[in-house]
Write a protein that binds this ligand. Structure first.
Ligand code: URA
Length: 438
C-alpha cells in the first residue's frame, strides 16, 4: 500500500477502505507518513468528504492509536459529557457536581482552552493547589470514594488525534464534519465511559455556525458512539452569545459556584439542567426527564451540589474555601467599564469576539503550549435583548496589563451591536435548546 495512492483515491472522490484508513493513521502516528502527505489527505477529505463507514473507521483508528482507559474498577454506569467548544462554557463545573451529588460516577478527562474557546482544566487550575495531573488508579479511587474526579487528558489518549489536530489547525482543515466528529469521538471512546452526552454548540462562537451543520455533526457523533456500543445522546445548544455572564478562567469558577448556590443565569442553567437530566437518565438514576429535572433542582437547592464541588476541590489538593467564599478566587486588578456608545437595545453579542477579547487580556492561548493568565476576565453587564442608556456599562474588564485592557476594550465594543429598534432583536436564541438527537 502507498500513501500516494490513498491520497489520489480520496482526491477523486472514492471511499477509502478500513485498511487504507488504518495505513494512513498508523503511518502518520509512528512517523512513517510525513506531514505533507497527511496534509494532502486531510484536504482531499475536506473536499471529497467521507461517508459514515469511513468516518467510523477513522474514529476507531485514531482511538486505537493510544491507550484505552479501563474504568471497570469504578462502580456504576459511567456517563461522560462533552461540549464541542464555546465561549463562557463552564457547564462541566456545574453539571459534574450536580450529577455526582445524585450518585452518577463522573470520571472526567477534560482539555485546555485553545483560541477563543476556554477549557475546564485551565479553569480548575485557577483554584490554588488544584491538581489536574492525577494518576489513573488515584483518579478511579477518587470516583469510587466521592463520585467525581476531573483530570487533564494524557498524551497517551488518542495520540493520532493530537498530531492530526495540530496539522488541521495550520492547514485550514478543521471545519469538516467527519474530521471534527472522529477527533472528538476517538478521545471520548478511549476515555472508557459507558454512555456519552454531547453538547453540540451552534452559532457565532462555535465551529458549527448554523443549525443544519450542528445537527449533522451531532447525528454523526451519535451514530459513531452507538456503532461502538455506547449509549448516546446529543443536545444542540445555542452559542451565538457567550454562555453566562463571566468569561475567563477563575471568574468562570466564580460563576459556577454562584450557579450551584442557586444564583445562575437563566440561559446558563437551562443548558446545565437539560444536560444534567440526560446524564441522570443515561446512568439509570432517573427514568424520565420530568423526574430528572426535579432531582437536578433538588441537588442545587439543598446545597448538595455545591458541597460536592468543595469535596472535589479538596480531594484534588485545592483550597475548598474558594468554593465557600468565591470572592477569594483570583481576579484581575485593573478594572475598566466598557461604555455603550449609544442608547438602544443589544441586538447581538458576538461570542467569538468576546472570546477574542478575553484572549487579548491574556486569558486564552494562541498555541497549544502558550501560557495564560488565569486571573483575567470579562463580566457581561448586558446581553442580547437588554436595553442600555448611552455611557452605561455594557461589560466590565478585569485585566492585569493596561495595554492589553485597551485592546480588549476595543474588541468588546465591536462585539456588541446596539440598535434603536428593539424589533431588530431576533429572539430565537432565547430558547437555548435547539434540538435533541439520539
Ligand atoms: N474539538 C476537538 O477535539 N476536535 C475537533 O476537531 C474540534 C473540536
Amino acid at each position: 500500500m502507498r500513501m500516494y495512492d490513498i491520497i489520489e483515491k480520496k482526491k477523486r472522490g472514492y471511499a477509502l477502505t478500513r485498511e487504507e484508513i488504518r495505513y494512513a493513521i498508523e503511518g502518520y502516528t509512528n512517523g512513517n507518513v510525513p506531514d505533507y502527505q497527511m496534509s494532502a489527505l486531510l484536504m482531499a477529505i475536506y473536499f471529497s468528504k467521507m461517508n459514515s463507514e469511513e468516518t467510523y473507521e477513522l474514529t476507531m483508528a485514531m482511538m486505537e492509536s493510544g491507550d484505552l482507559l479501563d474504568l471497570s474498577a469504578i462502580d456504576g454506569i459511567k456517563v461522560d459529557k462533552h461540549s464541542t467548544g464555546g465561549v463562557g462554557d463552564k457547564t462541566t463545573l456545574i453539571i459534574g457536581p450536580i450529577v455526582a451529588a445524585l450518585g452518577v460516577p463522573v470520571a472526567k478527562m477534560s482539555g485546555r482552552g485553545l483560541g477563543h474557546t476556554g477549557g475546564t482544566i485551565d479553569k480548575l487550575e485557577s483554584i490554588a493547589g488544584f491538581n489536574t495531573s492525577v494518576e489513573l488508579n488515584t483518579f478511579m479511587k477518587q470516583v469510587n470514594d466521592i463520585k467525581i474526579a476531573v483530570a487533564g487528558q494524557t498524551a497517551k489518549l488518542a495520540p493520532a488525534d493530537k498530531k492530526i489536530y495540530a496539522l488541521r489547525d495550520v492547514t485550514a482543515t478543521v471545519d469538516n464534519i467527519s474530521l471534527i466528529a472522529s477527533s472528538i469521538m476517538s478521545k471520548k471512546l478511549a476515555s472508557g465511559a459507558d454512555a456519552i452526552v454531547l453538547d453540540v454548540k451552534c452559532g457565532k462562537g462555535a465551529f458549527m455556525k448554523d443549525k443544519e451543520s450542528a445537527c449533522e455533526l451531532a447525528r454523526t457523533m451519535v451514530d459513531i458512539g452507538k456503532s461502538a456500543g455506547k449509549k448516546m445522546k446529543a443536545i444542540v445548544t445555542d452559542m451565538n452569545e457567550p454562555l453566562g455572564r463571566w468569561i475567563g478562567n477563575s471568574v468562570e469558577v466564580y460563576e459556577a459556584v454562584k450557579a450551584l448556590g442557586n444564583i445562575g443565569e437563566r440561559k446558563l442553567m437551562e443548558v446545565c439542567n437539560v444536560l444534567a437530566s440526560h446524564m441522570l437518565i443515561a446512568a439509570g438514576i432517573a427514568r424520565q426527564y420530568d423526574d430528572a429535572i426535579i432531582m437536578v433542582n433538588d441537588a442545587i437547592e439543598s446545597g448538595r451540589a455545591l458541597d460536592k464541588l468543595a469535596q472535589l476541590v479538596e480531594a484534588q489538593g485545592g483550597d475548598g474555601n474558594n468554593v465557600r467564599k468565591p470572592e477569594l478566587l483570583p481576579r484581575g486588578r485593573i478594572i475598566r467599564k466598557v461604555k455603550a456608545t449609544r442608547k438602544g437595545c443589544i441586538i447581538s453579542l458576538d461570542a467569538e469576539l468576546v472570546g477574542k477579547a478575553c484572549m487579548s487580556l491574556g486569558g486564552g492561548r494562541e498555541t497549544k503550549d502558550g501560557e495564560i493568565d488565569l486571573s483575567v476576565g470579562i463580566y457581561l453587564d448586558k446581553k442580547t435583548g437588554e436595553t442600555v442608556e448611552k455611557d452605561e456599562a455594557i461589560a466590565t474588564i478585569y485585566g492585569s496589563d493596561e495595554d492589553k485592557v485597551n485592546v480588549a476594550y476595543s474588541v468588546l465594543e465591536r462585539a456588541y451591536t446596539i440598535e434603536d429598534n428593539v424589533d431588530l432583536y431576533n429572539n430565537s436564541n432565547e430558547n437555548m435548546i435547539i434540538k435533541i438527537i439520539d
